[in-house]
Ligand binder design. Structure first.
Ligand code: HEM
Length: 483
């Protein structure tokens, strides 16, 4: 038998050798304990602080590291360094998640999946915090907290409420597109390796000559789409609540990490004024016939984190993290998210969350922010701790200023429903489904409507009818069949 290496010494958090980790200090063999046993007190106190609050949404997740490699040249649209010459590689971290379930929820549940990518570029971190669906349920961030409440537990029963969900959806027909995807096959992927990812929102690119283009991001699975039916998922959950975590982790350990073809859709800036739909509305897609997919690279995952809590639970993604060459768009939901995420991280992880190894950019971050709880870097020669200064402090980079957003209008609370059709694109999606896919859609919706008051069901079915009478009929038949 090979000789075991000498184990490292056990110490207190202050580094002092710790004599006994099994027996507390007591006045006699039968107790009582002594107040002076600081090591016991510290051990118990640390345990009390092991958890941080879970994410308010997307609490259950899995993540891994990998690379993004450029395969298509899009430098005419963006000067972002990561989209440089063919073959250029950037390290990435992807965290996948379900939306509604808590941190201990089962993976194989029907829900939208989060698909959050952090690109560690030489000009800072770019976070593309997307989902496995190209659209979303709502188009105004004012509605987000209410929407999420309908997905979480009822305040009195502490149970998930189908009534709340369908009440909200039936009163918010902009959700129809996403609801149709959620209850289709795509709403229950077999694992994170077998689904697409989408930036969902419209973002922008800007290039060396400061032209702006609108852009949507797509990650197409190269491992094939695979989905569970509701029945299959029920038996998966009965056996394994961590099915997606296990599938991803094991595949990477086997050297068989998943990959995606990364594509963009590009819209010249001024064309946005002439599309027949609002291109900044996240409940809509851009038809591929009008804006074909352009391949730009391959994303591949190849390394599991060493420590789940340190690297995945504390991973902090934010749509506000962009890099030169990439910009936002007027999309109201995106604008709301620019605020929400960094605020959530400061609350959940701490003021200096971006100094943690998983969140830290690979290039040095130099700011004039000061101090706060748990500042643990100690920059030297800090005469330049304010700005402007005469002491050679970090200076602003005017070239990194994006071109002006050419948008003008009167400040008002515009009704998000005006001029937005909620049915045309859903109809196109419904017409793409074959007979079996439609049958599963109807059955999944009917199952999710169990116990919902008739008035709410009727209101929702009326929306399905506006998409296509067959959609409404199918759901009604499935409801009748279910009894
Ligand atoms: C106004 C609308 C939205 C608001 C206010 C919002 C807010 C939040 C918040 C507060 C978190 C928790 C962050 C954390 O604690 O780490 C979160 C997580 C997340 N959101 Fe949103 N969200 C919105 C819409 C969306 C949309 C449209 C998408 C996808 C296109 C999305 C994708 C995600 C993902 C993937 C995560 C998990 C990120 C991770 O893995 O850490 N959210 N969201």
């Amino acid at each position: 038998m090979p000789e075991k290496p000498v184990p490292p010494i056990l110490t207190t958090t202050a580094g002092s050798p710790w004599p006994d980790n099994q027996n507390s200090q007591s006045a006699g063999p039968r107790g009582p304990l002594l107040m002076q046993d600081y090591q016991l007190l510290e051990k118990l106190a640390h345990q009390n602080r092991e958890r941080i609050s879970e994410r308010v949404v997307h609490a259950k997740g899995s993540g891994a590291y990998g690379t993004f490699t450029v395969t298509g040249d899009i430098r005419s649209y963006t000067c972002a360094k990561l989209f440089g010459e063919i073959g250029r590689t950037t390290d990435i971290l992807i965290r996948f998640s379900t939306v509604a379930g808590e941190r201990g929820a089962a993976d194989a549940e029907r829900d939208v999946r989060g698909f959050a990518v952090k690109f560690y570029t030489e000009e800072g971190n770019w976070d593309l915090v997307g989902n496995n669906t190209p659209v979303f349920f709502i188009r105004d961030p004012m509605k987000f907290p209410d929407f999420i409440r309908t997905q979480k537990r009822h305040p009195r029963s502490n149970l998930r409420s189908a009534t709340a969900m369908w009440d909200f959806w039936s009163l918010s027909p902009e959700s129809l597109h996403q609801v149709t995807i959620l209850f289709s096959d795509r709403g229950l992927p077999q694992g994170y390796r077998h689904m697409n990812g989408y930036g969902s929102h419209t973002y922008s690119f800007w290039n060396e000559v400061r032209e702006r283009y609108w852009v949507k991001f797509h990650f197409k699975t190269l491992d094939g789409h695979r989905h569970w039916t509701n029945q299959e998922a029920a038996s998966v959950v009965a056996q394994d609540r961590e099915s997606a975590q296990r599938d991803l982790y094991d595949a990477i350990e086997r050297g068989n990490g998943p990959s995606w073809k990364v594509c963009v859709q590009i819209m010249p800036e001024l064309e946005a004024e002439h599309t027949r739909y609002n291109p900044f509305d996240v409940t809509k897609v851009w038809p591929h016939d009008d804006y074909p997919l352009i391949e730009v690279g391959i994303a591949r995952l190849n390394r599991n984190p060493d420590h789940y809590f340190a690297e995945i639970e504390q991973a902090s993604f934010s749509p506000s993290n962009i890099v030169p060459g990439i910009g936002f768009s007027p999309d109201k939901m995106l604008q709301g998210r620019i605020f929400a995420y960094a605020d959530a991280h400061r609350h959940r992880v701490g003021t200096h969350y971006e100094m943690l190894p998983v969140n830290r950019p690979i290039n040095p971050a130099r700011t004039y922010h000061a101090d706060g709880a748990m500042r643990f870097d100690a920059p030297r020669g800090m005469d330049a701790y304010y700005e402007p200064n005469s002491f050679n402090g970090p200076v602003e980079q005017k070239w990194a200023q994006e071109p002006p957003l050419r948008i003008s209008g009167d400040a008002a609370r515009y009704d998000h429903r005006d001029g937005n059709d909620d049915y045309i694109q859903v109809r196109a999606l419904f017409h793409l489904m074959n007979f079996a896919q439609r049958e599963r859609l109807f059955g999944n919706i009917a199952a999710a409507m169990r116990g919902v008051p008739a008035e709410i069901v009727d209101r929702q079915v009326a929306h399905f009818a506006r998409v296509d009478p067959d959609y409404a009929l199918g759901v009604l038949e499935a409801l009748a069949h279910q009894g």
